[in-house]
Design a protein around this ligand. Structure first.
Ligand code: FES
Length: 104
């Protein structure tokens, strides 16, 4: 199991990208809850961000793909606007172990 970081290192309404064993992932925190997704947009299967750790829209309400602007709910990864509406980011299973985010 791989540790991404401590949950306290992730600020509220923020995201952080990771590369683990050749896989790109990112974690977001909303209302104190953490969600982890594969960093691959369902539109054309490329990473979502242009700048490191920039995964959210300006209002920090949605995950936003920098490529063509798709918006995803943080809680579900469901795309609610943009070219892949109705599709979903792939959730990654993890455990919180004494606050450490561990990928299973
Ligand atoms: S690659 Fe994400 S919206 Fe096109």
């Amino acid at each position: 199991m791989t540790v991404l970081c401590h949950s306290d290192e992730l600020e509220e309404q923020s995201a952080r990208g990771f590369e683990v064993g050749g896989q790109r992932l990112f974690a977001v925190k909303k209302d104190g809850v953490i969600y982890v997704y594969r960093n691959s947009c369902p539109h054309i299967g490329i990473p979502l961000e242009f700048q490191p750790d920039e995964f959210l829209d300006l209002e920090k309400q949605f995950i936003q793909c920098a490529n063509h602007g798709a918006l995803f709910e943080m809680e579900t990864g469901h795309c609610v606007a943009g070219p892949c509406v109705g599709q979903t980011l792939t959730a990654v299973e993890f455990q919180l172990d004494n606050g450490l985010i561990r990928i299973l």
